[in-house]
Design a protein around this ligand. Structure first.
Ligand SMILES: NC(=O)c1ccc[n+]([C@@H]2O[C@H](COP(=O)([O-])OP(=O)(O)OC[C@H]3O[C@@H](n4cnc5c(N)ncnc54)[C@H](OP(=O)(O)O)[C@@H]3O)[C@@H](O)[C@H]2O)c1
Length: 328
């Protein structure tokens, strides 16, 4: 089968198409023909070895010193089950599914095997493969941090980077919990985030919001534009600053310090839970969540998709179509 392989860190030009062995489903696994996948900020960061501040050495130890240890990127996909291993009960060949291998990656390929008890769910009817393939990276991250930050009904929540894959999911999930959401984004994305449920929108290019002392219960930071020191005064007592694009200073700040009035810093990788995939599918089917897809690229144009994601300016997610029918 055809796969996109990255054996050294660098620009989008390091990506190569290669023929790799077709995966065979083991007992308890399904093999899925990938109809669509995504290029996420995570794929872009890893390819470029553009790790958060102070995390370069740790990240290279985890992901590979000279080049990525897992050469096939892609954290999420949607497709059709084409083969099943022994003892599989939940799925049958022909089922339309969405899946989130997450940090294990390997989705920028024509086929991917997943354990039937793993991060996989039936694709909601009426949701295109392209949209289903872009739901989990931002959605699962948002589900994790919304829970850890204990976003509650009536709480005041600030979301910095509300127009990205993670931010657009956070806005919707926080609104669904009954929080009052203020979204920070550029003027071109104001209508998008209002449409997702934000009550107030701040254009970061024209408005300094760092003076809103004690205004928020929770701040989600998905860009890395606000330091912990600047964020803590914006929180009410016992408020939470969630540094999703955290560098080492934010990680160290999670340890806590006296004089913060119970204000906490939350940072670190989101926990990927298999049940998130079903939860996200159910939320879409129930009209509580809608995937935001910025644009689609053909599989052959995946390097161009990487170049676009590298800009850090995408709205929601970028889908890669392995089959043109995935768009519908
Ligand atoms: N901790 C974890 O487990 C975890 C998991 C997933 C992702 N992440 C990290 O979370 C971050 C966000 O990921 P993503 O996929 O959502 O990114 P993304 O889709 O690339 O989103 C970036 C968005 O932020 C906006 N933006 C840029 N500068 C801004 C600013 N100063 N203020 C407000 N908005 C701004 C951009 O639009 P404009 O340029 O038009 O403003 C764009 O829509 C990444 O650093 C990623 O690595 C962490």
């Amino acid at each position: 089968m055809k796969a996109v392989v990255c054996t050294r860190y660098g620009g989008p030009e390091v990506l190569e198409f290669r023929d790799v062995p077709m995966p065979e489903p083991k007992a308890g696994e399904v093999r899925v023909k990938v109809m669509a996948t995504s290029v996420t900020s995570g794929d872009s960061r890893l390819r470029a070895a553009r790790f958060p501040a102070g995390m370069g050495l740790i990240a290279r130890l985890v992901f590979g010193i000279r080049g990525p240890r897992q050469p096939i990127f892609g954290t999420e996909f949607a497709g059709v089950v084409d083969a099943i291993g022994a003892d599989v009960r939940r799925f049958r060949p022909g089922d339309a599914v969405m899946a989130f291998p997450g940090g294990k990656m390997g989705c920028h390929a024509e086929y991917r095997c997943v354990a039937e008890t793993g991060p996989i769910a039936l694709k909601p009817d009426g949701l295109s493969f392209a949209k289903a393939a872009t739901l989990c990276f931002g959605g699962s991250t948002a589900l994790h941090f919304i829970d850890v930050a204990a976003v509650a009904s009536g709480g005041r929540v600030l979301i910095v980077g509300a127009s990205g894959a993670v931010g657009s999911a956070l806005v919707q999930l926080a609104c669904h919990r009954g929080a009052q959401v203020t979204a920070v984004c550029s003027a071109r994305n104001a209508d998008l985030v209002r449409g997702l449920g934000a009550e107030a929108v701040i254009d970061y290019a024209t408005t300094d919001f760092l003076g809103d002392a004690g205004a928020y219960d929770v701040i989600f930071e998905t860009v890395g534009s606000i330091t912990t020191r600047a964020a803590l005064p914006l929180l009410r007592p016992h408020g939470r600053f969630v540094a999703i694009a955290a560098g080492l200073p934010d990680m160290l700040a999670t340890i806590g310090a006296p004089g913060r009035g119970g204000r906490r810093v939350i940072a670190g990788p989101a926990t990927e839970r298999p049940e998130h995939v079903q939860q996200l599918a159910d939320m879409v089917a129930g009209g509580m969540l809608r995937p935001v897809v910025d644009g689609t690229y053909g599989f052959d144009d995946i390097a161009a998709a990487h170049a676009y994601v590298d800009t850090g300016r995408k709205r929601g997610s970028v889908a890669i179509l392995l089959d043109p029918a995935a768009r519908a």
